[in-house]
Design a protein around this ligand. Structure first.
Ligand SMILES: [Zn+2]
Ligand SMILES: [Zn+2]
Length: 260
């Protein structure tokens, strides 16, 4: 299995030793690779994700400016981020997008920082990881407006409805299903997880939050992506092993992640 989206931040897991233990438990659970997202835990989370990827050949990183942190954008920080995005350990830009639920940054700042990252991703032909919460479809409109779809667009922790999933897929986008699908309250998400086309489906933990059943109450970690995968397989009426190889292949294709 691959966890396509987690935050292996030493500040969350008790330092480097804590992260090493999390990675070891993931491998023991059959999660051979993980993508650690350096965005959303303050501007410095990008450099921390890169450092973890440097120490673990089976961990790759992305770097980006989360809408929560968009208010801290400066030209110098953006230049640093773009330099990091060229490193061999870094496979994508993001997560980036709009979050009108928390509104941790002013909306106009969120929009501007999102667009700036999309333009650089297009210029560099780097895939992007999208965070979208309660934007009322504006994230899609900005992606259209910036002609962003060709470089590869992944909606992570997808909790939108079926109609929007279909619009994303029709534009060539990809969908990653989080552990929320294991919750009794999953609702329409269960239907989405059943219906994302085979060639656009990924799974993730978004660790350290959103721990799947049956580990609710514990800190989330990549090992638990197995529960999300099993639930997705059950919802689709397919063998887990088949869904495992399919989601691994999709994750490698989306991130252009060479085997190692
Ligand atoms: Zn997110
Ligand atoms: Zn995340």
């Amino acid at each position: 299995m691959i966890d396509s989206h987690c935050h292996l931040d030493p500040s969350t897991y008790g330092g480097d030793e804590g992260v090493d233990a999390v990675v070891a438990r993931a491998v023991a659970a059959g999660v051979t690779h993980m993508l650690s997202v350096g965005s959303g835990y303050g501007f410095d989370s990008a450099a921390r994700a890169v450092a973890v990827a440097r120490r673990h050949a089976n961990v790759r990183a992305s770097v980006g400016l989360h809408p929560h942190d968009a208010k801290d954008f400066t030209d110098a920080r953006f230049a640093d981020l773009l330099d990091m995005s060229q490193l061999p350990e870094v496979l994508a830009l993001g997560e980036m997008g709009l979050d009108f639920h928390y509104d941790s940054s002013p909306r106009d700042t969120q929009r501007a920082v999102f667009r700036a990252q999309l333009r650089e991703a297009r210029r560099r032909q780097v895939p992007v990881i999208i965070h979208d919460r309660e934007s009322g479809g504006e994230t899609l409109r900005i992606l259209d407006d910036e002609s962003a779809w060709d470089t590869g667009v992944l909606f992570h922790c997808y909790t939108g409805n079926l109609a929007m999933m279909e619009q994303i897929v029709a534009r060539g986008g990809w969908i990653s299903i989080p552990g929320i699908v294991t919750f009794e309250t999953a609702g329409e998400m269960a239907e989405v997880a059943a219906r994302v086309p085979d060639d656009r489906l990924l799974v993730e933990t978004d660790a350290p939050f959103l721990t799947p059943v049956p580990h609710r109450g514990k800190k989330n970690e990549p090992a638990y992506v197995a529960h999300t995968l099993a639930k997705v397989a059950a919802l689709r009426g397919r063998p887990v092993a088949e869904m495992e190889s399919l989601t691994v292949a999709n994750t490698r294709r989306f991130f252009r992640w060479a085997s190692s």
